[in-house]
Design a protein around this ligand. Structure first.
Ligand code: IFM
Length: 446
């Protein structure tokens, strides 16, 4: 495996996490309940009844975790802010102790020479807002903008760049359409107002962040969609899936219009959710950077039943991660070139805000993760060589953590966490990434 890649000077090396997946301390210092606390309490919702109540105990152990980041030589750290820590009921009075935690975290990161990159929403909606309809309720978008302003007013003097939402596709589809994530709704395509309201929330918050002189990104987990064959039926199914997974979340922000969703049976106004002026509110603030979470491509065939307009089918003849996800690094190059072809000048600079894989705990010496990271960085460098403006790479994840419906079973960390003792042990991929960052810096001084 190469130990360096042809990436530009000033390229930002990072690692990513999210609040509910690592913080724990769900009952401490005035934090309110989130939809994930509620979901985890439902029997059978999460594998083996795991919850994020303790997770990596990062709330208390963040100095140790920042020391691990410093040991890697990271330029940046992407984390998320728990809305229910800051505003325990989602709106109304601010919880000073909650804000103070992020204040300490940001100061400690800066002290270590690591740039903080916060995400404002990584799926842990305050339960009180879910009780009012969650993202199906348009008001949630306005509550999000208020929350964004509160946090930016506190941290914006030290944090210049922000991510509004993490993966609205996954939150909408798993959380509101299929019910495999919190809040566990099973509305199928009628979940899509939740997508529109998240995008509206992004637009409203982006305006407020820009007014404060801050940069804004939005992180989506985009996937290159490939038809299973050359048939017209497979091509049409792939187009419908691409509209749902990718373009629904990117076109309004970058182009100021929604894609055609009629193949999904979704009306133009997304079941009455879109009001006049909304799309402009989403598009007008502009985006300073596109956050791209990349894991795998998706192969799509014509539907085998009338329930859905597509079938998701296995990608043949490729290795798979411990999670069963296909490993096709060159599809990252294809995705990036395809984004440029499709969006042209509307495509802002890209930052890879997540990329990584889960590996069996027993795997020694963590070779599959090193291979995954190296081959994807190679694919990224190939896109950069074709002229794509990529500013940084945040691997998912710094630590093994709470992997949502899979509980603690999928391990994505560069650092092993023993969840019984909270002992952290850097894996072979940690040393590999550390050496890679050092080699890149030595060969490309700023
Ligand atoms: O753990 C998740 C993260 O929260 C969002 N992106 C994908 C990761 C791996 O599933």
């Amino acid at each position: 495996m190469p130990d360096r890649f042809d990436l530009p000077a000033g390229f930002r090396w990072g690692a990513a996490t999210a609040a509910y997946q690592i913080e724990g301390a769900v009952h401490e210092d005035g934090r309110g309940p989130s939809v994930w606390d509620t979901f985890c309490a439902q029997p059978g919702a999460v594998r083996d009844g795991h919850t994020g109540a303790v997770a990596c105990d990062h709330y208390h152990r963040y100095p140790e975790d920042i020391a691990l980041m410093k040991g890697l030589g990271l330029d940046g750290y992407r984390f998320s802010i728990a809305w229910p820590r800051v505003l325990p009921t989602g709106a109304g009075p601010v919880n000073p102790a909650g804000l103070a935690f992020y204040d300490r975290l940001v100061d400690a990161l800066l002290e270590a020479g690591i740039a903080p990159l916060p995400t404002l929403f990584h799926w842990d909606l305050p339960q009180a807002l879910e009780d009012e309809g969650g993202w199906l309720n348009r008001d949630t978008a306005y509550r999000f903008a208020e929350y964004a302003a509160v946090v930016a007013d506190r941290l914006g003097d030290r944090v210049p760049a922000w991510i509004t939402l993490n993966e609205p596709f996954v939150h909408t589809v798993f959380g509101y359409a299929l019910g495999t994530h919190a809040p566990g709704r099973t509305l199928m395509f009628e979940a899509l107002p939740a997508a529109h309201h998240q995008l509206l929330a992004h637009g409203l918050a982006a305006s407020l962040l820009h007014e404060r002189g801050l940069e804004v990104m939005l992180s989506n987990n985009l996937t290159p969609v490939e038809p299973a064959s050359d048939s017209a039926a497979d091509a049409a199914a792939a187009e419908a899936y691409d509209a749902l997974h990718n373009r629904l979340f990117t076109d309004p922000v970058l182009l100021g219009r929604y894609p055609d969703l009629t193949a999904l049976g979704v009306p133009d106004d997304i079941f009455g959710a879109i009001r006049p002026g909304d799309v402009d509110l989403i598009h007008a603030p502009g985006l300073d950077g596109l956050g791209l979470n990349f894991y795998n491509p998706t192969r799509v065939a014509a539907p085998s039943s009338p329930d859905l307009p597509f079938d998701l089918v296995p990608v043949p003849d490729v290795p798979h991660t411990a999670f069963g996800w296909p490993v096709v690094p060159e599809s990252l190059t294809r995705l990036l070139l395809g984004l440029r072809d499709f969006y042209g000048k509307a495509l802002p600079p890209v930052t890879i805000t997540e990329n990584g894989c889960s590996v069996e705990e027993s795997t020694d010496p963590d070779r599959p993760r090193i291979d995954y990271l190296a081959t994807h960085l190679d694919a990224l460098a190939a896109a950069v060589a074709e002229g794509i403006d990529v500013r940084g790479y945040y691997t998912w994840s710094l630590l093994d953590n709470f992997e949502w419906a899979e509980g603690y079973h999928q391990r994505f960390g560069l650092v092993h966490v023993d969840f019984a003792t909270q002992r952290r042990t850097p894996k072979a991929s940690y040393a590999w990434y550390r050496d890679l960052i050092a080699a890149h810096r030595a060969s490309r001084p700023r």
